[in-house]
Ligand binder design. Sequence first.
Ligand SMILES: C[S@@+](CC[C@H](N)C(=O)[O-])C[C@H]1O[C@@H](n2cnc3c(N)ncnc32)[C@H](O)[C@@H]1O
Length: 303
Amino acid sequence: MAEGYHIPVMLKECIEALNIKPDGVYVDATFGGGGHSREILAHLGDNGRLIAFDQDEDAAREAEKIEHRSFTFCQANFMYLKRYLKLNGVTRVDGILADLGISSHQIDSPERGFSTRFDGPLDMRMDQGIAITAASILNEYNEEDLHKIFGMYGELKNARTAARIVTQFRVNQKFSRTEDLKKALQSVAPRGKENKYFAQVFQALRIEVNTEMKALENFLHQSGEVVKTGGRLVIMSYHSLEDRMVKNYIAKGKVYGEVEKDFYGNMLRPFEAVNRKPIEPAEEEIEKNKRARSAKLRVAEKL
Ligand SMILES: C[S@@+](CC[C@H](N)C(=O)[O-])C[C@H]1O[C@@H](n2cnc3c(N)ncnc32)[C@H](O)[C@@H]1O
């Protein structure tokens, strides 16, 4: 049941934003517990099609519960969007939804190591098949790279200090549990704001383990190639780094840098924003589901 696995965020808003045609082809790039996928399927007719992605094997098991002739699941990273669409005989789609980050199921499973609330292995892989884990980063990356990750992905004010402490700690003891990391950084976490600080550290590691920024960049560029004219790109993000990339891509056709123009001065970008500002969840939704509170939904239409 999707509700136990993950409560879908801004479900109504996402479905409206996709502007679903019953015979259209849609992609749910982040299946999770399938809350959004189920609703998309409910809007499709016999000739419509939904192709869903998730790199997590638990999500793949959830997807097996959907028996619908219009549904195809790919256990894959969405950075290979085009390749998997092609494998399924699809070159163009009418809309793509991505609900970025991790699911409640992932964060609430102590053995996955995503949560600052429980002790667990320093794992943090969404795709359990990859070799890199949070522990291997903490035990093997040099101080400079750790500094970069904590600063860029965790936006820690004392990233350099945190990196130094990690390299000092591991001289005596290898990092293996989430509690090791909290113990190591306890003394440099701002007093009274420890939870927020640890959440930023965990976020930084999670982004690095799963190469989230690179995956999102590749995915955005491919979405510009596969969405049909008039089709929709609907992306929900939960932290400013992701939202900035999505915003830039929609406005400029690139995640970094300025928009390119043709000889006549026309902007070369595949999408145009449907809303100037991102859509945020209503107060009632945040009251019912705290995890919705940082969500920002951006909607764009293919030019
Ligand atoms: C916020 S949850 C999605 C929840 C889903 N919309 C629902 O209603 O149940 C994000 C999901 O996307 C998956 N995911 C994140 N990044 C991914 C990527 N690059 N490729 C494939 N799946 C990814 C995660 O494994 C997770 O299951």
